[in-house]
Design a protein around this ligand. Structure first.
Ligand SMILES: Nc1ncnc2c1ncn2[C@@H]1O[C@H](COP(=O)(O)OP(=O)(O)OP(=O)(O)O)[C@@H](O)[C@H]1O
Ligand SMILES: [Mg+2]
Length: 334
């Protein structure tokens, strides 16, 4: 394999906290020059994985290379190749954004003039010019996040780790952040970002790994992942709670996918590749004498991605799956 083509190669990464295997054998390969998304719910192990790749945490098992350099044996070299947002969080609150950026530039060895020029261009890039002279303590969450990213870019590292770069940002700032990230990659950087939002991964990432309970449960391009989930999801509840199992069985039979059921609320959900199947299902339910209280078809949520990937049913897409049926997310480590 050509080492130069890979920004990240992680094999069987493990991190144990006490009894808890927070990261439990993660494999991750990121091509240089791409955006890679690590998707997963709270506590899945995303941050822990990033911290190991960024040499901030020592793995308890497995190995990882950044541009061919081992994160434990060559951590000094690795650190020169990466930027991590969040690591500059403890900047001086009483200093302005401009002053903070100049300090970082000076610390990285840039001259006074270069530092000033760099700070100015970054503030402009991140739409912070107007706020440049204000002290940091008056910055909003979104402004801080942008300044944070700006600070990590002073050295223009070839690989940038972004841990949930847009969580808590308003929609407009979020889109701005996405544009900045895309620009970074156009100018030669590689980005590995974590997110809890499927739409963010959808917008940005060339490839995605879905992490759950410290393991990669699916990996592929956005299209591959979506094809495995189906284009929408079905939500229904039965009128008579006793018929829930029967209804669930019927849904699995007609849609040929695994379902999930919440018995307290009486809700059944299932991924759906083809909305035409709704008609078949409604007819089948009526013929079986199972009246419904409620039914809707919605776009897939992150939950459905997980259900579809980790669900008990067959990982094969239903026979009637349209268009990209040849593409299928690889299901690993189940
Ligand atoms: N320093 C630590 N000591 C003990 N447990 C930890 C430590 N850091 C993380 N954990 C645990 O490891 C698991 C994975 O945490 P991690 O922060 O990697 O998840 P995450 O996917 O980033 O979640 P989130 O979406 O909430 O940021 C969690 O159960 C967390 O409680
Ligand atoms: Mg995290």
């Amino acid at each position: 394999m050509d080492r130069s083509g890979w920004a990240v190669e992680a094999q069987g990464l493990v991190k144990v906290f006490g009894e808890h295997r927070a990261v439990d054998g993660v494999n991750l390969n990121v091509r240089a020059g791409t955006i890679y998304g690590v998707l997963g719910p709270n506590g899945a192990g995303k941050t822990t994985t990033i911290r190991m790749l960024a040499t901030l945490l020592r793995p308890d098992g497995g190995s990882a290379r950044i541009f061919g350099h081992d994160v434990t044996k060559e951590s000094q070299i690795v650190r020169q190749l990466i930027g991590v947002t969040g690591q500059y969080a403890s900047v001086d609150e009483s200093l302005s954004a401009m002053e903070n950026l100049i300090i970082f530039s000076r610390l990285l060895g840039l001259s006074r003039t270069e530092s000033k020029r760099k700070a100015e261009s970054l503030l402009e890039e991140f739409s912070l010019t107007e706020a440049a002279k204000r002290p940091l303590k008056n910055f909003s969450g979104g402004m801080r996040r942008r300044l944070d990213l700006a600070a990590s870019l002073i050295a223009q590292p070839p690989l940038i780790f972004l841990d949930e770069p847009t969580t808590g940002l308003d929609p407009r700032t979020r889109v701005q952040m996405w544009e900045t990230i895309q620009k970074l990659v156009k100018t030669g950087s590689t980005v590995l970002l974590t997110t809890q939002y499927l739409d963010e991964a959808d917008q940005l990432a060339d490839r995605i790994a879905v992490i759950d309970h410290g393991r990669v449960v699916a990996e592929g391009t956005v299209d591959e992942l979506k094809a495995s989930v189906g284009t929408s999801s079905l939500h229904l509840s039965v009128l008579q709670p006793l018929q829930m199992e029967a209804a669930r069985h019927m849904v699995e039979q007609v849609l040929k996918v695994p379902t999930s059921a919440a018995y307290d609320s009486g809700k059944i959900t299932a991924p759906m590749a083809n909305t035409d199947q709704v008609t078949d299902l409604l007819i089948a339910l009526r013929e079986a004498g199972i009246p419904l209280a409620e039914m809707s078809v919605q776009k897939p949520t992150l939950d459905e991605v997980f259900l579809s990937i980790t669900g008990s049913g067959t990982p094969n897409p239903p026979a009637s799956q349209p268009q990209n049926q040849t593409k299928k997310a690889e299901v690993a480590n189940l």
